[in-house]
Design a binder for this molecule. Structure first.
Ligand SMILES: [Zn+2]
Ligand SMILES: [Zn+2]
Length: 182
């Protein structure tokens, strides 16, 4: 999307993080948190504790409004709180077969600090390049999940859930609502 590998990767990680708290809790325990770390190839993560889990849940709450606001200033304020959470130390890395890219969290950072800083930088870049509107809520009725629209013409409206964006599903839902209302 931005053509910058790590920004795209970090934004998809942020989407997955926010959506993990929708519907049922998908980061309920340390095993689930470990899976999240593996899936998103978050580097330098050592032993995870219950405190890490709670800190990631708190971070998730702070990131979510970035997908709701229609205001760059409000979004920038949130990003600044993320970047102020921990020391920001840019350095280049090529972990897990990723191409060379920049990390911003200090070595040995807790998972929540690592995510706050690195996701904060990715959000900062998308806002600074005038693309904040790519961060959205899914448009499917009843869906509370978020998405980052990486399409060239910024036309994506639905999240990755199999039911969302399925026109039959949406039509059936509307019909049901009409029936209930009528
Ligand atoms: Zn990385
Ligand atoms: Zn959806």
């Amino acid at each position: 999307m931005l053509g910058v590998h790590d920004t795209d990767v970090e934004l998809l990680c942020a989407v997955d993080l926010v959506n993990s708290g929708k519907d049922e809790e998908q980061l309920a325990d340390l095993d689930a948190l470990g899976d999240f770390v593996t899936r998103h190839r978050v580097s330098d993560v050592t032993r995870l504790t219950q405190e890490d889990l709670l800190a990631v849940h708190r971070l998730r709450e702070r990131i979510q409004p970035l997908f709701d606001t229609s205001d760059d200033e409000a979004a920038a304020k949130i990003v600044n709180t993320l970047l102020a959470q921990a020391p920001v130390i840019p350095r280049m890395t090529s972990h897990d077969d990723h191409p060379w890219h920049l990390h911003y969290s200090y070595p040995g950072a807790s998972l929540a600090d690592h995510l706050a800083v690195d996701l904060g930088m990715a959000f900062g870049r998308i806002i600074a390049s005038g693309q904040r509107e790519r961060l959205r809520r899914c448009a499917a009725p009843g869906c509370r999940r978020v998405l980052v629209d990486m399409s060239r013409n910024r036309s994506r409206r639905y999240c990755d859930a199999r039911t969302c964006g399925n026109r039959l599903h949406v039509a059936a839902y509307r019909q049901r609502r009409r029936a209930e209302a009528g």
